[in-house]
Design a protein. Structure first.
Length: 371
């Protein structure tokens, strides 16, 4: 189906209370939730919940999902989110590969496209590829639901508020390029730019039963971390939080593309290149231990293509380092290959559910969803 790339404002989503209700409907899944339960869990009055859900139903965002037995009186009507009511695009722009996917309102992947790219080919050529893949996805939206926007995740450093990359390690020519604004102008859609690790961490944080604080440690073409504290990503004012790969762990060690020496990333990737995966895992464990000690986080989640190629080697190696140091934070795996691209879609979806409110689109004429 041919789709026009247009920005969308959904009136029913402007209310903070509506966002709270929608988030509970999202986490309830297909089983749904009753109005009474929504009132109990939000602290809103039943009358307020009835008004909000009536508006959401009128907008096609919520529907009835049957009835549930009540302890007294008539059975309760159960409501659920309509995933096909809206869509979002998530893009993972890696140093050598582009992954673009379309998700529904609940974050489920509808369709995915992947192609090789060379980040060193320059912003113009690479953004041509991104534009082409996103437009192809827009042509595959399976219903009349609007596309809310595009989340783009790429290696840092970058400024997520300005939508501009910094000196990406190994690709300094990207520094200062208006990636967000240029892509938004090409597509006619709101665009949010963030670091790859931040996007993945956001997507993981919004999963049901996610820990309140964790580090997503990503080892692929580079090494970085996405940090979640109190259920929300920690970026820092300059999007500099989580630059795990560029902490110095060996004074006067080998030079790194960032300009430093003995960085965790250069040591870890060198071990991978030599085929010494247990050693790479041990080095990664040293970095993870620093995060646990510094932030007292609940969990370490490992991901990225290098980790997923030998998941048990890395999980056991990192776990061994933490255990040896008396650190009790459990180590798990973010097993999805496309955690970054899926998280990128959540950069656009999250405000619908009252999350991630600080992220702003490039277009001031478009109201921020969820506000």
């Amino acid at each position: 189906m041919k789709r026009e790339a247009v920005g969308v404002n959904v009136p029913a989503l402007r209310s903070h209370n509506a966002a709270l209700v929608l988030d509970l409907l999202r986490t309830a899944g297909e089983t749904g939730i009753s109005r009474l339960e929504l009132a109990e869990r939000t602290g809103l009055t039943p009358q307020a919940v009835s008004k909000i859900t009536a508006r959401l139903r009128a907008e096609g965002l919520v529907t009835e999902a049957g009835h549930r037995a009540s302890t007294g009186g008539k059975p309760r009507t159960v409501l659920r989110l309509v995933p096909s009511a809206a869509y979002a695009v998530g893009v993972h722009l890696d140093r050598d590969e582009l992954t673009a996917l379309l998700t529904d309102l609940a974050g489920a992947v509808v369709t995915l496209r992947r192609r090789p790219v060379d980040l060193g080919a320059g912003a113009g050529q690479v953004l041509d590829a991104v534009t082409e893949e996103v437009r192809a996805l827009l042509g595959e939206v399976p219903s009349a639901g609007p596309v809310l926007g595009v989340g783009l995740a790429m290696p840092g450093p970058l400024d997520h508020r300005a939508g501009v990359p910094g000196r990406v390690t190994g690709f300094p020519e990207w520094a200062g390029h208006p990636v967000r604004d240029e892509l938004a102008a090409r597509l006619g859609l709101p665009v949010v730019l963030d670091k790859d690790t931040n996007a993945a961490a956001l997507g993981l944080a919004l999963r049901p039963a996610a820990p309140g604080s964790f580090a997503y440690v990503h080892l692929g073409t580079g090494l970085g971390a996405g940090l979640v504290l109190g259920g929300a990503p920690l970026r820092g004012d300059r999007t500099g939080a989580g630059e795990l790969g560029h902490q110095t762990v060996q004074l006067d060690g080998p030079p790194c593309g960032c300009g430093g020496r003995g960085c965790l990333e250069v040591l870890c990737l060198a071990a991978v290149a030599r085929g010494e995966l247990p050693e790479a895992a041990r080095i990664l464990g040293a970095g993870a231990a620093n995060l646990v000690r510094l932030l007292d986080i609940d969990q370490v989640l490992l991901g990225g293509r290098v980790v997923l190629a030998a998941p048990e080697v890395f999980a056991e190696g990192v776990r061994g380092v933490l255990t040896g140091l008396g650190l009790t934070a459990p180590v798990g795996l973010a097993t999805g290959r496309d955690a970054v691209a899926e998280g990128a879609a959540w950069l656009t979806l999250a405000p619908v559910f009252g999350k991630q409110a600080e992220v702003r689109s490039w277009r001031p004429d478009l109201p921020i969803i969820g506000k």
